[in-house]
Design a protein around this ligand. Structure first.
Ligand code: NAI
Length: 385
């Protein structure tokens, strides 16, 4: 089967997330890196694109040029990844969706709830795929947690505890460094800093694994480094659509914590714990039994976990392979669309524009609650109420 054609906006030389997308999209031989507008500096983007193997006529200077160039081609890209800074996601995603392309947008999908609703409507109207890169939902054992919850291994879910707390912005002496400062400046970052950057990953994971949506929340937002206008730490309590209680902690001043994404789910019949820094083990405690360590790749896991595992048990798998699972799902969804057939349900797990929109509604709810002493607020986007 010919490989699908893949393009990327942003993710240029030295960027944080570009390499993980290139690894993830290329890993299974499903996508070929065909086009890109990789840098905010046109010449640097063209030069870097050519250097890493793009055909010269498809190493574009900016996204408008790429949209125009690719739209004219019979062999246009099948998927465009948007890996630019947050404030540009909306216009680029909108532009490519309108022109008939499938898009994988980095999180947060937009800067406002209204923009998020526009993207959801556009994806629905055009029928084009719009995915959002909550890439941690691609880990094999995260998908296994989801499958265990769905088949009732834990009974009814009572409580979910999500964390995404790191310590990489904890140095007050570095707070004025321009690379750090913009993140806490409302003019550049929007209404939220740490929750919008990291908290939404943890919140998405809570919904992905439990199969429940966040309905309302109460937030305590703090700037531990007092010169910051936006929060560098937040504790969020939330309630979910099938009655689960949620607790979420996100922080950027937690010195000693590295990536810090962890999910715990507690039901009537058992509890689960998974942490992103040791993603190949899942801890399962069935009620009144002994603790079990579930290893990625072991026999008799769920089909969802098996589909998302690549190397045999005992060999570590990490973040680029989780991203690769999102790309594998997208390849199946794009092929199904081309072949006018339904998508393999096991592949239909990639996060969608609706998830990106729900995150934006949560971001605004956290900002409002944080300003109003933790008042409980509706966290659903208006179009889903
Ligand atoms: P970065 O600042 O390291 O890199 C951004 C890249 O985009 C640079 O190469 C820059 O030249 C390029 N760029 C900027 N504006 C552009 C434009 N208009 N057209 C073309 N290229 C442009 O940023 P980073 O950390 O890689 O983040 C990018 C996005 O990825 C952000 O939205 C961030 O939230 C998200 N992200 C997602 C993660 C995940 O786990 N899903 C992890 C890290 C970042």
């Amino acid at each position: 089967m010919p490989r699908l054609k893949w393009g990327m906006i942003g993710g240029g030389e030295g960027s944080q997330i570009g390499p993980a997308h290139r690894l993830g999209s290329g890993l299974d031989g499903l996508f070929e890196f065909t086009a890109g507008a990789l840098d905010h500096r046109p010449d640097a983007g063209r030069e870097y694109g050519r250097r890493i193997g793009l055909p010269p006529d498809r190493a574009y200077g900016d996204w408008h040029e790429m949209l125009e160039g690719e739209s004219k081609r019979a062999d246009k890209v099948d998927l465009v990844t948007v890996a630019t800074p947050n404030a540009t996601h909306f216009e680029i995603t909108k532009g490519f969706l309108q022109a008939g392309f499938n898009v994988l947008c980095e999180k947060p999908m937009t800067m406002t709830v209204e923009e998020g609703e526009e993207i959801v409507r556009l994806a629905q109207e055009t029928g084009n795929i719009c995915a959002v890169n909550y890439g941690y939902s691609g880990y094999s054992l995260v998908r296994h947690m989801r499958a265990m919850v769905a088949r009732g291994d834990l009974g009814k879910i009572r409580l979910v505890k999500a964390e995404f707390a790191h310590g990489h912005h904890a140095d007050a002496a570095d707070a004025d460094n321009p690379r750090v400062r913009w993140r806490y400046d409302p003019k550049q970052a929007g209404v939220s800093a740490q929750f919008a950057d990291c908290g939404i990953h943890a919140l998405h994971m809570a919904s992905f694994v439990t199969g429940q949506e966040v309905e309302s929340l109460s937030a305590d937002c703090v700037s531990c480094i007092s010169s910051r206008e936006l929060e560098d730490d937040a504790m969020v309590n939330f309630r979910m659509s099938d009655g689960a209680v949620g607790r979420l902690w996100t922080s950027s001043i937690a010195i000693g914590r590295q990536h810090g994404l962890t999910l715990q789910v507690f039901g009537e019949k058992g509890g689960l714990r998974w942490t992103q820094e040791q993603p190949n083990q899942l801890y399962f405690m069935p009620l009144n039994e002994r603790l079990q360590v579930i290893e990625r790749g072991e026999a008799n896991l769920s089909p969802e976990a098996d589909r998302a595992t690549r190397v045999t048990i005992g060999h570590a798998e990490g973040m680029p392979l989780a991203f690769a699972n999102i790309y594998t799902d997208l390849a199946e969804a794009i092929r199904a669309r081309k072949e006018r057939r339904s998508v393999d349900p096991a592949a239909n797990l990639y996060p969608k524009a609706e998830d990106g929109l729900r995150s934006m509604a949560a971001v605004f709810a956290v900002a409002k609650s944080g300003k109003e002493e933790g008042v409980w607020v509706d966290a659903r986007p208006p179009m889903f109420r």
